[in-house]
Ligand binder design. Structure first.
Ligand SMILES: Cc1cc2nc3c(=O)[nH]c(=O)nc-3n(C[C@H](O)[C@H](O)[C@H](O)COP(=O)(O)OP(=O)(O)OC[C@H]3O[C@@H](n4cnc5c(N)ncnc54)[C@H](O)[C@@H]3O)c2cc1C
Length: 428
């Protein structure tokens, strides 16, 4: 079934403002036939799960919106796994799991849907539990060819093709197929502590260097716009973190807005934003985001922070910012070749957010140019890309896919030529 729409109401305001061809809401036989016969025009088809990225719609293109008809969540008490459908947001997943005393490592916001899991999924708990993609046990969906699939996590007895397909789907599914169901491992729901404060530039350098020696149950996040906000998450149930918390409280005892809170599960964590930094500016914003990945920043950390300070000082719009998450620990224990998330040794994931006033073309160009400048500055320290947001509509798409998948890209392209030969789904 398809209905003609002009706009799709989604979280991402840029995606929402595009004039689109229309929306599919059901993967029925008619829809699968459209894929099989490649009669859908224009290609590619976009898919909307949480609708938080700028690429869940595209001007003049069709979107498959999973939010209305793919809302099932089934928790299995016997093995503590959960099966979710394609329109589930991370907030609704956590809400359902909390009824059973279980949880899942979601990211810094509960708004994203399956896109978060399928593109890797970096959580403040990833150092303890691994990436979101590492929790997947079974995937169901439809290839770009219109054929249905159901694939379980391969074992040592699985054949080469099963390993290849699993690798492709875990981290690059949006290029190959439409994922309708995921079965996921869950974790016990425990309390989490979070320390938040605003800090000075030199304190950020110091915190980054210290964080590289923290136990895996602690992760550092920061966000830098009008000011720098530090956000340290302590996964509970691990006894090795008291000293770190005490030291941080002491180090930041004179800082503004130092706050330590304890919550039950990620759903109750305070928001990770630079809230109130720009209260007066209520105009509608559009934005694009690039996520990078790289190893520890021991050498030249303070030089890099100096460069970031000058980038922040010249950002063309007050809502542009640079932020970062910490990886390592359990996320680095998985082999590089078992999923499409190849940057297993990455410790830092900085991301650059370019914002501009909706509809202001000049402002857009300046913000995107600033994003590129910030990327070039960070690149020597973070050469990889986390393809959490796709940008087929921007000039750096080929470069970012190369940096996201590196030596695995030809393998992915070969899978695409077999499972989406007509280019129904976004290009690699
Ligand atoms: C506030 C906020 C905080 C974030 N924090 C984090 C974080 O901490 N860690 C992290 O890793 N990422 C984070 N992200 C990035 C986010 O996880 C990715 O952008 C993700 O792709 C968005 O998921 P979505 O379901 O909203 O995707 P959508 O915008 O709905 O879709 C994104 C892309 O994925 C494809 N897609 C979506 N669902 C499917 C499906 N079922 N089958 C096939 N393709 C599909 C679509 O074609 C589309 O191109 C954050 C994003 C936001 C907005």
């Amino acid at each position: 079934m398809k209905k003609i729409n002009n706009h799709l109401l989604v979280q991402n305001s840029l995606a929402q403002d595009y004039l689109i061809a229309g929306v599919f809401e059901e993967i029925d036989d008619e829809f699968k036939d459209l894929l099989k016969t490649a009669k859908l025009t224009p290609k590619p088809l976009l898919v909307c799960s949480g609708g938080t990225s700028s690429r869940c719609t595209a001007p003049g293109h069709w979107t498959l919106d999973l939010r209305k008809n793919y809302q099932r969540i089934d928790f299995d008490q016997s093995n503590k796994t959960v099966e979710i459908e394609g329109g589930i947001t991370m907030t609704s997943l956590l809400k359902e799991l909390s009824k059973y005393g279980r949880t899942f490592p979601i990211g810094m916001s509960g708004l994203p849907g399956l896109g978060y899991i399928l593109t890797g999924g970096i959580s403040p708990l990833s150092r303890s539990y691994g990436l979101a993609v590492d929790q997947i046990l079974e995937i169901k969906g439809v290839w770009g060819t219109g054929e249905c699939f159901k694939i379980s996590k391969p074992t040592s007895k699985s054949n080469f093709e099963d390993h290849l397909l699993w690798r492709g789907l875990c981290g690059a599914a949006p290029f190959l197929g439409i994922v309708t169901n995921l079965t996921l491992r869950t974790q016990p729901l425990t309390t989490i502590k979070v320390l938040q404060t605003t800090i000075k530039k030199d304190q950020l350098t110091e915190a980054i260097q210290q964080a590289q020696d923290w136990p895996d149950s602690i992760s550092l996040q920061w966000i830098w716009g009008d000011f720098i906000k530090l956000y340290v998450v302590f996964a509970n149930g691990f006894s090795d973190q008291n000293n770190t918390l005490e030291k941080l409280e002491k180090d930041f005892s004179r800082n503004k807005l130092l706050q330590v809170s304890e919550v039950l599960g990620q759903q109750d964590l305070p928001a990770f934003t630079l809230e109130n930094s720009n209260k007066k500016d209520q105009s509608k914003l559009h934005n694009e985001v690039v996520g990078l990945l790289g190893p520890s920043w021991d050498k030249n950390c303070s030089q890099l922070i100096d460069s970031l300070e000058s980038l922040i000082s010249i950002r063309p719009n007050k809502n542009c910012f640079i932020a970062s998450q910490q990886l390592g620990g359990a996320s680095s224990q998985i082999s590089r070749s078992s999923t499409s998330f190849v940057h297993r040794q990455a410790i830092w994931k900085p991301w650059i957010n370019a914002s501009w006033q909706a509809g202001n073309q000049k402002d857009r160009e300046k913000s995107l140019a600033w994003l590129i400048k910030a990327w070039r500055t960070l690149e020597p320290h973070c050469p990889g890309v986390h393809l959490a947001q796709m940008h087929q509509h921007l000039p750096w798409h080929l470069q970012e896919t190369q940096k996201a998948y590196e030596e695995w890209l030809p393998g992915l392209q070969s899978l695409k030529s077999r499972y989406d030969p007509q280019g129904i789904l976004p290009r690699l």
